[in-house]
Design a protein around this ligand. Structure first.
Ligand code: PLP
Length: 411
């Protein structure tokens, strides 16, 4: 038993389980996977080396591994209506790296959303490989509307003539018009990469327009709204299939994580079930209600609202910064993350904003009325930030409430 052999790791595991059970998780990129997904991640598939692709492996004994990877590919193509897929990326970042490597040369220019406006570090940040290998230029959001101004994106694209345009974000609460990006990319003869890491579940459920038929490459994580194991995937047009596969292996990875690919296959199957649509719709309903509850309490919401699973609050009129509020909330058992808001005057480790999302709590079964309760506690926490007694009382309520929504009901 782990408990007897490795007490330190065992204790951390038990503490983590306990923490997840007794807190309210509002980080938009986190979720709670199904028991079957969890089981596959801890399965004997982890014992197998399988460098290569189904039918073309560099190792013997891959019969069942091939079945698994073929299943995962068939399912993800059918789920998203894709021509070709690769389910081997170890993460969303590696999915992006492989997509870039498939068609770009070092020094090529990419046009992507600024990280300050909601983009991702793999979209050209100087300290990331994407900013080292490529010349990155950026679009932001409009200062007034805090949404993407597609005319401005087009102007930048016409001026900069990038080889690739990247769309998709880590912190953007509005529908992304992939069609507009497609036409801009066509006009300047650039490749289009759509990174749906955050919204993949919504796209799979047809609750957000899909870029898959428009973009040359669509990349994603599998662990955010899609509710699968921690990992990545890439979808592309058939014409890019061979190049893409070789840019994953041998380009940037060796052996695939077959236990994770097995879990991805299960997650894709789960996402095809009609109940997955209900789940994704509930994520949005919860998010919109939570957002309304904050508005009603005088908080300014970036872009004025949300169409998806997340939103950001501008805390500047509340006399607290993102870092302080995140810590304060964590002390009462509510897990969020500080976040830069568009044109944030604060540095990234302070920030003026808080990013909030509902995929995880929706997986636990929380509904709209629960959102009112949670927003109430979060507001009370801020208002009574100096009152230890009140904070302690909120913490007790939060933990009791969280336990009413078990992570794995039968355990
Ligand atoms: C989360 C995210 C990624 C990267 O995912 P990792 O698995 O953490 O590497 C890439 N792009 C976007 C837009 C993301 O939000």
């Amino acid at each position: 038993m782990l408990k007897d052999i490795d007490k330190e790791v065992y204790n951390a595991l038990i503490s983590e389980e306990e923490k997840q059970r007794s807190t309210i998780g509002l980080i938009p990129s986190e979720n709670i996977v199904s028991k079957n997904v969890l089981k596959l991640m801890g399965s004997v598939f982890t014992n197998k080396y399988a460098e290569g692709y189904p039918g073309k492996r560099y190792y013997g004994g891959c019969k069942f591994i091939d079945e698994i990877e073929n299943l995962a590919n068939e399912r993800v193509c059918s789920l998203f209506g894709a021509e070709h897929s690769n389910v081997q990326p170890h993460s969303g970042s590696q999915a992006n790296m492989a997509a870039y490597f498939s068609v770009l040369k070092p020094g090529d220019k990419i046009l992507a959303m600024n990280i300050l406006a909601g983009g991702h570090l793999t979209h050209g940040l100087k300290v990331n490989f994407s900013g080292v290998f490529y010349q990155a230029v950026f679009y932001s959001v409009d200062k007034e509307t805090e949404t993407i101004d597609y005319d401005v994106v087009r102007d930048i694209a016409l001026k900069e003539r990038p080889q690739m345009i990247v769309c998709g974000a880590s912190s953007y609460s509005r529908i992304i018009d992939f069609n507009k990006f497609y036409h801009i990319a066509q006009e300047v003869n650039a490749y289009l990469l759509a990174d749906i890491a955050h919204i993949a579940g919504l796209v799979a459920a047809n609750l957000h327009p899909s870029p898959v038929h428009l973009a040359n490459f669509t990349t994603s994580t599998t662990h955010k709204t899609l509710r699968g194991p921690r990992g990545g995937l890439i979808l592309c047009k058939k014409e890019h299939g061979n190049k893409l596969d070789s840019s994953i292996m041998p380009g940037i990875q060796g052996g695939p994580l077959m236990h994770i690919i097995a879990a991805k296959a299960v997650a894709f199957k789960e996402a095809m079930n009609p109940s997955f649509f209900d789940y994704q719709r509930q994520i949005i309903k919860n998010c919109q209600r939570l957002c309304e509850e904050f508005k009603n309490r005088g908080y300014r919401i970036i872009s004025g609202g949300t169409d998806n699973h997340l939103f950001s609050i501008d805390l500047r009129n509340k006399g607290i910064n993102g870092n302080e509020y995140e810590k304060l909330l964590e002390d009462v058992g509510i897990i969020t993350n500080k976040n830069l808001i568009p044109y944030d005057p604060q540095p990234p480790y302070i920030t003026s904003g808080l990013r909030i999302g509902t995929p995880l709590i929706t997986s636990r079964g929380m509904k709209e009325d629960d959102m009112a309760i949670i927003a109430g506690w979060m507001d009370e926490t801020l208002k009574n930030r100096k009152d230890e007694k009140i904070l302690k009382d909120i913490s007790k309520k939060v933990r009791r409430f969280a336990r009413e929504f078990p992570i794995y009901p039968s355990s």
